[in-house]
Design a protein. Structure first.
Length: 164
């Protein structure tokens, strides 16, 4: 096995889909007031010690952590849906994590814009994956639970091949 990267399955976490379907400016203003930070733009994340919001789609965010304030923020303009059981989180870390993401994928994880705080949605080995760059040294991949074991195996098999 190589030192190229490590693959760690993370413990289950409270994960929710946050959707806004009307009055996005009003929801954004309420969110900033209630949360103390603005909703992140496409391809970015933002948060505090209790809650992280990751934006992968125009009107949908992934929320990790305490979403108790979001019901009032959204009101009749959106919804919060628990999805934690449907996803497995993997931390890819160390030298070569970016190359590992490109193995079997269609995403250039070396792009300058894909730095700490960045998010992306992509396909890896035919599996839809959501990515969140935690730091220059690590990225968290959110993988559908039904594909988690096979994608983890794919990554483990790819480690010796990435040549870092």
């Amino acid at each position: 096995m190589t030192d190229a990267a490590t693959i760690t399955a993370l413990p289950a976490a409270p994960l929710h889909a946050v959707e806004i379907w009307s009055n996005p400016q009003a929801v954004a203003a309420r969110a900033e007031q209630a949360l103390g930070f603005a909703l992140p733009p496409m391809g970015h994340s933002v948060g505090n010690a209790a809650l992280t919001l990751l934006r992968f789609e125009p009107t949908v965010w992934l929320a990790e952590g305490d979403v108790s304030a979001l019901g009032d923020v959204l009101g009749e303009d959106g919804a919060v849906t628990a999805i934690g059981g449907g996803l497995v989180r993997f931390r890819l870390a160390g030298p070569g994590w970016r190359e590992l993401l490109m193995e079997g994928g269609v995403f250039d994880s070396r792009a300058a814009a894909f730095g700490p705080g960045a998010t992306a949605a992509t396909i890896i080995d035919h599996v839809g994956v959501r990515l969140h760059v935690e730091s220059e040294e690590a990225c968290v991949a959110y993988v559908p639970a039904s594909f988690a074991a096979s994608l983890e195996h794919f990554w483990e098999e790819a480690l010796p091949l990435i040549g870092v």
